[in-house]
Design a protein around this ligand. Structure first.
Ligand SMILES: *Cc1c(COP(=O)(O)O)cnc(C)c1O
Length: 394
């Protein structure tokens, strides 16, 4: 039998995630958690129609679909490493707040390890595919009445005696560094000019920043790609703070007052996150500082896109025979916007990360295509059997 840790797209990079030992010898096999080597089997590919849509050269845009993970989102990269640490400290119960993908992943990895899982979700804020996975994998699911994700996140960090598997947990981010490793590997370790992520709780872009800084320090890459983080317009805290308020990492002296003022303003006005991209429907990102650091280290860019821009981009990704959930399409919509603005050069090499699978949120997809006013709608046609020839113009 092969070594599943050499198959896993996370653990084959274990020497670069050394929180459990140095990955040599065979001891690591007793420690590491994996869904039988299945996580992280992703790589960047070219998508012709997407390149045309965003205005880049077809061979210079690569898209990496992290929806191809075992529970269909990038979260598996980090939950494999986070659950490893949970096991190392002898946990028998793990917990997370989730918009649905963390919960799917945590439920599956915990089940496979015989660990109990508890999940807090907001009221009516979870896509069908995500809820289906989470309950089938046996997690205890608690829907918090009258709460959104930000409220659930606040509640979960106060729960005693359970191991927290949100991206606040640094061991989660270790595994998520491998998304960048695989992207670079797919480009023969020639760093692209830009790597683009949707931004929600900002763990993923933080992990990417850490991965890039470390590779650069190790001399494994000579050039630093620029990170791009794309918010949804209805959940645009990072965009506002960076682009309107001038917030930055500032060598570690992040201006707390600017953040506090913004959060107080949201509170005062009763503003809640609102977007069809439920995975990034977050206004108080817990990894804000780490993301600011990643942006500073990589000369990063932040932008935001509307739900319409996202859903149109999602339809184009579909036309390539690939698919993704709404939040993931923020990546492509963001690239299009930045190319149009000239912030991304038309000659640039770009890697875009798609974070979750199309079937996570089938309702969003069907709603888009059923509405013929949408630019790329492929609306099902109503016909009788007798009318088929007419309808098909045979
Ligand atoms: C979790 C998630 C995000 C947001 O990632 P963060 O690390 O929280 O910024 C984006 N898209 C999908 C599909 C997700 O599941």
């Amino acid at each position: 039998m092969g070594n599943i840790f050499d198959e896993s797209g996370v653990w084959r990079f274990r020497e670069l995630l050394p929180f459990f030992g140095d990955g040599s010898g065979t001891d690591y096999r007793d420690i590491l958690v994996s869904l039988d080597g299945a996580e992280g089997k992703t790589k960047p590919v070219h998508m012709r129609f997407v390149a045309e849509y965003v205005g880049l050269e077809p061979d210079k845009l690569s898209i990496q679909s992290e929806g191809a993970n075992p529970t269909n989102s990038f979260k598996d990269n980090g939950v494999a490493s986070g659950t490893t640490h949970a096991k190392m400290v002898g946990t028998n119960i793990v917990v997370c707040a989730s918009t649905g993908n963390t919960s799917s992943s945590v439920a599956a990895y915990a089940a496979n390890e015989g660990i109990r899982a508890v999940v807090l979700i907001g009221d009516g804020k979870i896509a069908a595919g995500k809820l289906a996975q989470t309950i089938e994998y046996g997690a205890k699911v608690i829907q918090l009445q009258g709460c959104d994700f930000d409220d659930a996140m606040k509640a979960v960090v106060k729960l005693p005696g359970m191991y927290l598997l949100n991206s606040l947990n640094p061991f989660r981010l270790e595994g998520q560094k491998t998304i960048v490793y695989r992207a670079l590997e797919g480009l023969d370790w020639q760093p692209p000019d830009f790597i683009v992520y949707p931004g929600g709780n900002l763990g993923n872009c933080s992990a990417a920043g850490k991965a890039l800084v470390e590779l650069h320090e190790l001399g494994l890459i000579k050039k630093m790609p620029r990170l791009v983080v794309v918010n949804a317009a209805g959940a645009n805290t990072l965009d506002v703070l960076v682009n309107e308020k001038g917030l930055s990492w500032n060598g570690g002296n992040v201006d707390r007052a600017t953040i506090q003022n913004h959060y107080e303003y949201l509170e005062r006005e009763g503003i809640k996150a609102k977007t069809k991209a439920s995975a990034i429907e977050i206004l108080r990102p817990v990894n804000l500082d780490k993301a600011l650091r990643a942006l500073e280290a990589t000369d990063g860019i932040v932008t935001s896109v509307t739900d319409q821009e996202m859903m149109d981009a999602k339809a184009i990704i579909g036309r390539n025979g690939f698919g993704c959930e709404p939040a993931s399409a923020a990546t492509v919509a963001g690239i299009k916007k930045l190319v149009a603005k000239g912030s991304i050069d038309r000659e640039a090499t770009v890697v875009g990360i798609l974070t979750g699978h199309q079937l996570k949120d089938p309702d969003a997809t069907v709603a888009y295509h059923r509405d013929p006013r949408n630019q790329f709608a492929n609306t099902p046609i109503l016909s009788t059997v007798d009318n088929l020839a007419d309808v098909l113009r045979l």
